[in-house]
Design a protein around this ligand. Sequence first.
Ligand code: GAL
Length: 416
Amino acid sequence: MRSTISKYVTAFAVLASSVSFAQAADVEVLHWWTSGGEAAALNVLKKDLEGQGIGWQDMPVAGGGGTQAMTVLRARVTSGNAPTAVQMLGFDITDWAKEGALANLNDVASAEGWDKVVPEALQKFSKYDGQWVAAPVNVHSTNWVWANKKILDDLGIEQPKTWDELVAAMQKVKDSGKTAVAHGGQPWQDATIFDAVVMATGGPEFYQKAFIDLDKEALGSDTMKEAFDRMTVIRSFVDDNFSGRDWNLASAMVINDEAAFQFMGDWAKGEFLKAGKKPDEDFLCFRFPGTQEQVTFNSDQFAMFKQGDTPSEEQKALAKAIMAPSFQSAFNVVKGSVPARTDVPDTDFDACGKKGMKDLAAASESGNLFGSMAHGHANPASVKNAMYDVITAQFNGEYDSETAVQELVSAVDLAQ
Ligand code: GAL
């Protein structure tokens, strides 16, 4: 009896290990979704694939904004060991497609009708040379404020609508002894704030000229200097320990009633939800003052690295799963972003999500939708990183605003 059972157990173990081996080989996904809210959203994708019998091999690379993830990716590809699928932003997709590294997803895209439901602004990055090379999972935007409702109510602070109102609000919070701005001093986070500050200071045409067209005059202008001056003002409202702090720990300061505001993309909402907080009751979401009409967006997309002449069945299945309307709803409700498809109803989204979807549609309609400089949707990584360096040096007081403007012009020039 014993030996029969042990035979079964052994047979089962062999079967189980071969199954898990086969599954492990299915899709290896490189991503940087490691915070609580991000991991919860990623789980929605994992579960969805699991339900379809597709195995998941996790390759997380911590570090918000994906800077470290892109370094790891480069090393993996260079050593001939590219992951099956990779989370990527904007111009990084284009850069890899240019190198001929990405699988062509046209078959699945045409079978699923992606052309009709993915907005032009995203297709610009999902396609290279007219071919689909990535599946967009969401649309985030960077020009948001996440505010602690209790602190604002206690101090009698109204939602600020202009820069001056924001400065007055930050001052009031600081005077009360709380931290006004929860921030993590990392280049991509400094740049995320700069996205909003430049838009608020110069307006949409200026943002376009400076960040997307890389117009020298705009980059070196008095308006840019004013934007840097405003960064100095914001710098005076962060706490002493901001340097190097992860973005989700900054979100936690707002969540835990320690700080009033965080200027961050809507992935921050994922942290609030994960902590059981409710929009309009515990926290407020609104556009950075002076950018109420604009949306500076970034979209997480999954690109499949070539494994042969055509994408593997698993790669196709992953791409298809990412683009399924029900998945786009379920995933983005948790992630804080909005769907990458235009045909997904907002029914399941909370107030911030509904606002995000409305803002995106309105901005796209009125010509107020712009790729985020900080998140790789305005220019390739070479230019983005050159900008990061200057923005961070200025934020930390290494450059005054005048020097920062000059450095920005020359850094961008050199990077091109
Ligand atoms: C962004 C990405 C978001 C979020 C954020 C922080 O670049 O689009 O999905 O993960 O970084 O890690």
